[in-house]
Design a protein around this ligand. Structure first.
Ligand code: BES
Ligand code: ZN
Length: 471
């Protein structure tokens, strides 16, 4: 391990420069005009993997390509095989005017690297790429065979990845999957996420008159779709912060006492949290702490609301239509199709006869939970402790990575979520950043992980059960 650690320290500045190159691609999967940039980013990544000494290929899908890169391995290798998953696509950078520097020209200020995709997910996954490079370039034997699977559609629901996993099931057969695309509670709290919320998306459109109408000439004699939509949406949440849709909470698994106790160990100050969010007062479902509200409880959120005239000045119209984009975040044991059905049924039942409702269902993903006592989680806790020199914490996360369930279903293996993104890293927001001290810790974390996981599997390749230690 010593040569690996020395290599990581000696090459840190070059790694940062290379990460800045990776961040220059506006690989925005949501925007069709950036399709060429998405492909260019995938090609760059393939070449980069090859320069590290990996066997890398760009694999087409009906959507954006998947980059697959493998560490060199002896034929018939009996080493444990791990997949590392990441995504090279990023969220749209808008609104541009709130960025302090250009989103695709990485800027370093102190120990912070600012760019769209810095923490979600180019930076954290880069830590794994470079840790593997350190093994290969120092001639240190990697105790595990590793295959990177880096996709370009995560931010739009990973539409084609499940089929890709199915088609390449044999090649990707493995002992486990490692993902660094979740949160790090703080640099002092190395974090394993043992739960993710699921998601279910839909769009609700209310159609009113056949065209925008003069609001003076006609207003008062017909319904206004924007107003009707606001009234409709307002009925979806009660004053206690609960989703007011019959049956919404029916299958929700309650938090265990152990989980509630664990959450108390996390650093949290309500006043600082309120300030950090920039809201005048916190709001959430009564009877739960903010941490529980945003990780272990389901929600319904409006993500976008569009209607009428959006330009400068005023335009006196009754808009022809109004649309809301909504998502529900789900927790065990809620099922996306059932929830979508429930919400759609409820919306139809409360839609007034004065407008016509159109519903379109979007992407979805199930919630994910892994036992905190599984041998792999316990082993990863050791690796985290060694690399961060701190006791790790186990948390449930509010975000979603729908593909984790596909990994589990198709490859029948658990996913280890080792996050490197800080709460103030501005994922999906303007001025997204990645903390370069966390990058250094992430490099060490990845380097430490492979000997630990290999020891867990022993020579036989089947996991031994380490003595459980709860974080
Ligand atoms: N990296 C995030 C997910 C995440 C972040 C999970 C922090 C836990 C903690 C991922 O890139 C993401 O944003 N996922 C989307 C999924 C959606 C588009 C299907 C999300 O959660 O909104
Ligand atoms: Zn994201």
């Amino acid at each position: 391990m010593q040569p690996v650690e020395s290599y990581l320290a000696a090459n840190h500045d070059r790694f940062v420069r290379e990460l800045c190159e990776y961040l220059r691609f506006p690989s925005i999967s949501a925007q069709p005009q950036h399709r060429d940039d998405v492909f260019a980013c995938a090609r760059w990544l393939t070449k980069h993997f090859q320069s590290i000494g990996l066997e890398a290929t760009l694999r087409p899908t009906p959507g954006n390509p998947v980059v697959v890169a493998k560490t060199p391995r002896a034929p018939g290798s009996r080493k444990p095989h791990y997949l590392i998953y990441g995504h090279y696509d990023v969220q749209p950078p808008e609104p541009f005017d709130l960025w302090h520097s250009k989103p695709f020209e990485a800027r370093i200020e102190g120990n912070r690297l600012y760019a769209r995709g810095a923490c979600d997910n180019k930076g954290p996954s880069f830590a794994h790429f470079k840790a593997v490079e350190a093994y290969l370039k120092t001639g240190t034997e990697l105790p595990c065979d590793i295959t990177f699977v880096v996709e370009g559609e995560e931010e739009v629901g990973s539409e084609h990845l499940a089929a890709f996993l199915e088609e390449n099931r044999r090649e990707l057969q493995c002992d486990g999957i490692v993902i660094s695309d979740t949160g790090l509670v703080s640099p002092k709290h190395p974090t394993i996420s043992y739960g993710l919320r699921g998601i279910a998306a839909m769009e609700v459109t209310l159609h009113g008159p056949s065209r925008d109408l003069h609001s003076g000439l006609f207003g008062g004699s017909l319904d206004n779709p924007a107003m009707a939509l606001c009234q409709l949406l307002a009925q979806l949440r009660d004053t206690k912060g609960r989703v007011a849709i019959p049956g919404f909470y029916k299958s929700v698994a309650a938090l265990t006492t152990y989980e509630r106790e664990q959450a108390k160990r996390l650093p949290f100050g309500a006043a600082a949290y309120r300030k950090f969010l920039g809201v005048p007062k916190l709001f959430g479902e009564e009877g739960f702490t903010p941490h529980e509200q945003r990780s272990a409880r389901p929600t319904l959120e409006i993500n976008g609301l569009t209607s009428g005239y959006q330009g400068d000045g005023s335009k006196t119209i009754i808009p022809a239509w109004a649309r809301a984009k909504i998502t529900m975040r789900l927790v065990p044991n809620q099922k996306p199709p059932q929830i979508l059905q429930l919400v759609a049924k409820h919306l139809r039942s409360i839609c007034p006869p004065t407008v016509r409702m159109e519903l379109s269902l979007g992407h979805s993903g199930e919630p994910y939970m892994i036992s905190a006592e599984s041998p792999q989680v316990q082993t990863a806790l050791n690796a985290l402790k060694k690399s961060f020199h701190r006791d790790p914490v186990l948390v449930r996360e509010g975000g979603s990575i729908p593909i984790v369930n596909d990994f589990k279903r198709i490859l029948k293996k658990d996913v280890l979520l080792l996050g490197l993104s800080l709460p103030d890293d501005n994922a999906h927001s303007p001025n997204e950043k990645f903390d370069l001290d966390v990058f250094a810790k992430g490099l060490r974390m990845s380097a430490c992980l492979w000997p630990e996981l290999a020891a867990l599997h022993g020579a036989s390749g089947t996991p031994r059960k380490p003595r459980p230690r709860r974080a």
